[in-house]
Design a protein around this ligand. Structure first.
Ligand SMILES: Cc1ncc(COP(=O)(O)O)c(C=O)c1O
Length: 448
């Protein structure tokens, strides 16, 4: 029997019987069997169409089914799929490294290719520790850095708990979340207070013991928390002052998502190390990267880089990355993300005006979120932090409504994400917003 002969029910049953879903109670998952995808749309095995308003996991940045990537991958597979990464090299590895050096911030020159975001973070930590001879890594609570041991320990949110105690040497610095603190986004006193608390923690830990600070340039899954220029530059400055490396985690925010190549480009921040994945290949095949500055690269010229992966610099991944970088440029996708981001933001702000349940809109390029509240004045979240399934009533209702009406997006706790592929058009944004608008009526009704 070929895969194509399975009925929708057989696909769902066999998936349940023989595979495990991530981050889920298995019996609670209601998956949809997807048959194909093109541009910003997905079709399920019964032919129903969904608008992909989240680029899956904020990762299919160029959009689905682009023949240019498929062709690049096919060509590479015909030539050579894989070679031992420290005995052989390939033209696609060389070219992907050069392209990354061109598009990333000027401080970053050399790439260690991984298979995804978490192992990019693992290798960033490892290199930072070897390079500085220090062992502590500072991270924030509202963060997600991946599900391998080190990346999971750096992750501050509840997904970390099941993996504790985790790796030693991880310390916490404060989040930048003015809405939660009851402040205006650009309140300079708030920025100053967060930076002062951060510096004090570094001092108390002993700056000579801190190898690196890792920060998502714009916090992704934990709420699209957008730094002010003052905060992100201030964080970089604290690192510089104490000889601490600044690791920008751009796994989600990178590759045009925010309307620039990388989110740090908005504020002219030069990281010492940057981690990327997702948009690097737009999820066509798995690939991640740890990209380092020249001093770190030079250090390993005569020191042992004690790090490796069977699939380091996988030729098929590198071919897909080159194709994607070409597409970002050829199709002007990053400018489109900036332009469409303005359209989307304006629409989201209208939803905030209209709906009592929408407390805040945070948007930078096509990296956007609605924060839902019980009460706009108090900013009390619609559902509590880390809610139990029974507390998710209104969110589950909204999620079901959106899917029924052909809109896929990510809903997490009291937040609704809107992160379409960077090729999205104004018309498609309006299509998604209209469904969201109708769905939010259901949530408003629950407030009464
Ligand atoms: C900011 C950030 N870092 C790291 C990761 C981990 O990437 P992966 O799931 O590819 O291991 C993610 C995944 O969502 C992420 O958003």
């Amino acid at each position: 029997m070929t895969v194509a002969e399975l009925s929708t029910q057989e696909i769902l049953d066999l998936t349940r019987e023989h595979t495990l879903y991530d981050w889920s109670v298995q019996g609670a998952v209601k998956a949809i069997a997807i048959d194909r995808a093109k541009g910003v749309y997905l079709w399920d095995s019964d032919g129903k169409r969904y608008l992909d308003f989240n680029s899956q996991l904020m990762s299919v940045n160029i959009g689905h089914g682009d023949e240019r990537v498929i062709e690049a991958v096919r060509r590479q597979m015909e030539r050579v799929c894989y070679v031992v990464p420290n005995t052989f090299t390939t033209d696609v590895r060389a070219e992907a490294g050069r392209r990354l050096a061109e598009v990333t911030p000027a401080s970053l020159t050399k790439t260690f290719f991984t298979t995804g975001g978490a192992d990019a973070v693992e290798n960033a930590i490892r290199m930072a520790r070897i390079f500085t001879g220090r062992h502590k890594i500072a991270a924030r609570y509202r963060s997600y850095h991946g599900a391998t041991a080190g990346a999971m320990t750096l992750t501050g949110e509840p997904r970390r708990w099941a993996s504790e105690p985790g790796i030693p040497g991880v310390i916490r610095i404060p989040d930048f979340y003015p809405y939660k603190a009851g402040k205006a986004y650009d309140d300079p006193e708030y920025t100053a207070s967060v930076l002062a608390a951060t510096e004090e923690i570094i001092q108390m830990e002993g700056p000579h013991t801190v190898a690196a600070v890792i920060a998502e340039s714009v916090v992704g899954t934990n709420g699209i928390l957008i730094p002010t220029e003052g905060y992100i530059r201030g964080l970089r400055d604290i690192c510089t002052k104490y000889g601490i490396l600044y690791i920008a985690d751009e796994v989600m925010a990178g590759f045009g998502r925010t309307g620039k190549w990388f989110a740090v480009d908005h504020w002219g921040v030069q990281p010492d190390i940057m981690t990327v994945a997702k948009g690097l290949t737009s999820s066509y095949v798995p690939l991640g990267a740890t990209i380092v500055s020249q001093p770190i690269a030079d250090f390993f010229d005569d020191k042992f880089l004690s790090a490796g992966l069977t699939y380091n610099s996988h030729a098929v991944g590198c071919a897909a990355a080159i194709a994607c970088i070409n597409i970002y440029k050829e199709d002007g996708l990053i400018d489109n993300a900036a332009r469409m981001g303005e359209v989307l933001k304006a629409e989201l702000l209208k939803l905030k005006e209209k709906h009592p349940c929408v407390g805040d809109v945070r948007a930078i390029g096509l990296f956007t979120i609605l924060e839902l509240v019980k009460n706009k004045a108090t900013r009390e979240p619609l559902v509590p932090f880390n809610p139990k399934p029974a507390e998710l009533g209104p969110i589950n209702k909204l999620k079901a409504f959106l899917l029924q009406n052909g809109l896929f997006t990510l809903l997490r706790w009291n937040t609704v994400f809107a992160n379409p592929p960077l090729c999205v058009t104004e018309e498609q944004i309006h299509e998604g917003i209209a469904i969201l608008d109708a769905g939010l009526e259901l949530v408003d009704a629950e407030l009464q």
